[in-house]
Ligand binder design. Sequence first.
Ligand code: NAP
Length: 304
Amino acid sequence: MQKKRILITGCGGMLGQAVYERFSTDYDVKATDIDVNEPWLSYLDVRDHAAVEKAMLSFKPDFVFHLAALTDLEYCEAHPDEAYKTNTLGTENVALLAKEFDIPMVYISTAGIFDGQKDQYHDYDTPNPLSHYGKSKYYAELFVRQHLTKYFVVRAGWMMGGGKKKDKKFVAKIVQQIKAGKKEIFAVTDLYGTPTYTHHFAQNLHHIIQTRYYGLYNMVSGGGATRYDVAAEILKILKLDSTIQLVPTTTDKTSTFFSQTYTAPRPRSEQLLNLRLNHRDLNTMQDWRVALREYIERDWIHEV
Ligand SMILES: NC(=O)c1ccc[n+]([C@@H]2O[C@H](COP(=O)([O-])OP(=O)(O)OC[C@H]3O[C@@H](n4cnc5c(N)ncnc54)[C@H](OP(=O)(O)O)[C@@H]3O)[C@@H](O)[C@H]2O)c1
């Protein structure tokens, strides 16, 4: 039987690595990005409607997975025009073409569309993004939800994955400090989120696209955490908790550590609950501590 075909945008990043690994075994995948950092990637810029159309016309995908985005919050805050052009308009381009070609679209959204007034957010809660990154992703989500019927909008939390080559986020930042020989590591105790392991996310995505239960899904690893909790767990897994001191800090303006490095507004809490996945009995995500251990043992343990 002929394999189904998936066109993936933004596949050169943290999540793309795991999605490519999971899907290329049983789908015919055309993986694209503007950062062509793997032999299996080809160039495609989602801001260019004609280029996406050309890729669809020649590859004839059965699905389009849209991962492409500018994901650095500080960069998006400083360059809002670029953020909206890539994250919102780029998504509109892909959605318009998914509609024209009548294929289901997967769009990866984010927990960062909430304002943090609540402790936890389920799928039906109303977003109120604070940052340009959050807004650009939310307007894109709205476009997909308003214009398509065959879509999976899947919201991830604090992404963990990609290893030495691709991880741009918290786990890599902590491991880099360990590698640099730091004996004191600072982590905030007043930001709450749900870590999301890319490989488990890709596996659960594989599961849901087999169904026709289209719509919006929160899809994060189980349980919630602060950044401090995640850093503490990393040290524990690496058996460095007695040699490196983890210093609790806060996002308070008086904390120069945080306010000078992280200038974009962040919600106090962006913890998600996988309510709809649970209700449909489609939730295969594991606890974040289990996921973090799997990630560290797979990608980082030999680096420190
Ligand atoms: N990272 C997180 O914590 C997180 C959390 C929730 C949701 N998400 C969402 O998950 C998706 C995947 O993110 P990720 O974590 O894998 O981030 P990532 O590592 O930054 O991957 C995104 C990829 O998209 C590429 N890209 C940027 N502009 C593009 C364009 N115009 N056309 C095509 N590709 C473009 C990026 O290239 P450059 O590196 O050159 O910019 C990068 O390779 C994104 O939609 C993101 O918003 C991420």
